[in-house]
Design a protein around this ligand. Structure first.
Ligand code: BG6
Length: 488
């Protein structure tokens, strides 16, 4: 495995710890080796020492010296600038050496964890140095980090450019949400059980709510976030992935193409907003000063390397429709934001109320709706809220919950969220990765919103206090339909 951008954050926080976790759980081949590629002048030994220090901080569990010792011996380093052809010749030589020593049979996984502006450059250079040509016996795969483009046009251009060098079956566009156990469990829950699928449609479901809330602000990522904003950062990728897994039809098999075909159909069925609909069904917000978990925090405009007049949104709420036979007329309300009261990602399925208020004479005025809550993180689990009779001589109803917590059944495994993704890529299973058409379909949903928001800069930013659930308009989006966001 070759990591481009090896001195960056992702390498130390996620990639190396997840390779180490794969090694501890015996999922890493004995013949594995990893090469870091970056512009810093380091020797193999420097790089090994650096990673040995960092793993202590970033491994979710105490590091086993024996396993780390084994892994450490398999780490190499190549210095180079991404656009410099000579660096790829150096890499080629090193690869041949390492492949001979570790018997990797020429199979190569290239991980592009660089600035997005280098994705295409690195792929072109890999092609020019003849490092990615496959044959019957060897595979060559490239994982590309997000963001994949910054709008529809740039995503299309990037797809075009990399497809000149790579076949689609060599390209693994990563979305780390698809590596989360609870996200993968959406498929198991829906298609591994007989009782949910018959009611998983417009006849029984009133609406779907998806919240991806973070209590953190933008931290050190000001410059990136100033370019991206919450819409680009979260919606075309993570949120649309959650929608497609929630809404997709059963695939004909668990073959990667069969699953991705069904997900792609959902994305294509999300009707893009007209400019008028952007105004009525898309809400944006930016946090001002406030209090998060008892601590006062500054507003977005006061964050490091953020413009004091920034008009970048840190909150988005949308009302979407999946226009197909199963979901016609069922709103999907989604919201995501920074500096909300807590970190919580949940999918809430709200079912229709019973058709007749049968207990009216007994004083029951209105039924609550049944809710199925899928908690992606934290406190991973699933719960079903339903009505029960409150004990006593009167007919009174109270809401109760049936609760499943992952922790109770499966314990917790040391996991950074990248293990399954790396493992699947090494096996050639592209199911949890984005295909070119999926990425473009995602951007097509978001593009009209980007266009209108660009043309009409916000006039009321900051419009929510850090530590609140976003701007008033987000509540109004629900209230107009006689609904309220569920309390998380
Ligand atoms: C990343 C975004 O893709 O996802 C970040 O760039 C965001 O802004 C992160 O914080 C959220 O991921 P998670 O796994 O913490 O929910």
């Amino acid at each position: 495995m070759v990591i481009f951008g090896a001195s960056g954050d992702l390498t130390k926080r996620k990639l190396i710890p997840s390779l180490y976790n794969l090694a501890t759980s015996h999922y890493l081949n004995d013949d594995f080796a990893v090469i870091g590629f970056s512009r810093q002048p380091l020797s193999h030994e420097d790089f090994r020492t650096r990673l040995s220090d960092e793993i202590k901080t970033f491994s979710p569990e105490p590091v086993d010296p024996k396993i780390w010792g084994w892994f450490r011996e398999r780490i190499y380093y190549q210095k180079g600038e991404f656009p410099d052809p000579a660096a790829y010749q150096g890499l080629k030589q090193l690869l041949e050496e390492v492949e001979g020593r570790h018997h990797t049979l020429g199979n190569r996984l290239f991980y592009l964890s660089t600035l997005p502006s280098f994705f295409s450059t690195v792929v072109q250079q890999l092609g020019a140095a003849d490092l990615v040509r496959q044959d019957d016996k060897t595979w060559r795969r490239v994982i590309i980090e997000k963001p994949f483009g910054h709008d529809l046009e740039s995503a299309r251009a990037l797809n075009r450019e990399i497809s000149r060098v790579l076949d689609e079956n060599q390209i693994y566009r990563i979305d780390h949400y698809l590596g989360k156990e609870t996200v993968q469990n959406l498929l198991a829950f829906r298609f591994g059980n007989g009782i949910f699928e018959p009611i998983w449609n417009r006849r029984y479901i009133d609406h779907v709510e998806i919240t991806v809330a973070e209590e953190l602000g933008v931290e050190q990522r000001g410059p990136y976030y100033e370019e991206a904003g919450a819409l680009r950062d979260m919606v075309p990728n993570h949120i649309l992935q959650l929608i497609s897994l929630t809404a997709m039809e059963p695939p004909i098999s668990f073959d990667p193409e069969a699953v991705r075909d069904e997900k792609h159909k959902v994305l294509k069925a999300i009707s893009p907003f007209s400019p008028q609909e952007v105004l009525s069904r898309a809400v944006r917000g930016q946090y001002g000063e406030g209090t998060v978990e008892g601590t006062s925090v500054q507003g977005y405009r006061g964050e490091a390397r953020v413009s004091p007049e920034s008009c970048v949104e840190t909150f988005v709420a949308l009302k979407l429709f999946v226009d197909n036979w199963r979901w016609a007329g069922v709103p999907f309300y989604v919201r995501t934001g920074k500096r909300l009261p807590k970190r919580s990602t949940e999918i809430v399925i709200q079912f229709h109320r019973p058709p007749l208020p049968l207990f009216r004479e007994a004083g029951v005025k209105q039924f609550s709706s049944n809710l199925l809550v899928i908690r992606i993180q934290p406190d991973e689990g699933i719960s079903l809220k339903f009505e029960a009779k409150v004990p006593g001589p009167k007919m009174e109803l109270g809401s109760v919950r049936m609760d499943f917590k992952y922790q109770d059944y499966f314990g917790s495994q040391p996991n950074t969220g990248y293990e399954t993704l790396l493992y699947d890529c090494m096996l050639g299973d592209a199911t949890p990765f984005q295909r070119a058409d999926m990425v473009e379909a995602g951007w097509s949903v978001v593009q009209p919103i980007l266009d209108v928001w660009k043309a009409l800069p916000p006039r009321d930013f900051p419009n929510y206090a850090a530590g609140s659930w976003g701007p008033m308009e987000s509540e109004e989006l629900m209230e107009r339909d006689g609904k309220k966001w569920k309390i998380l």
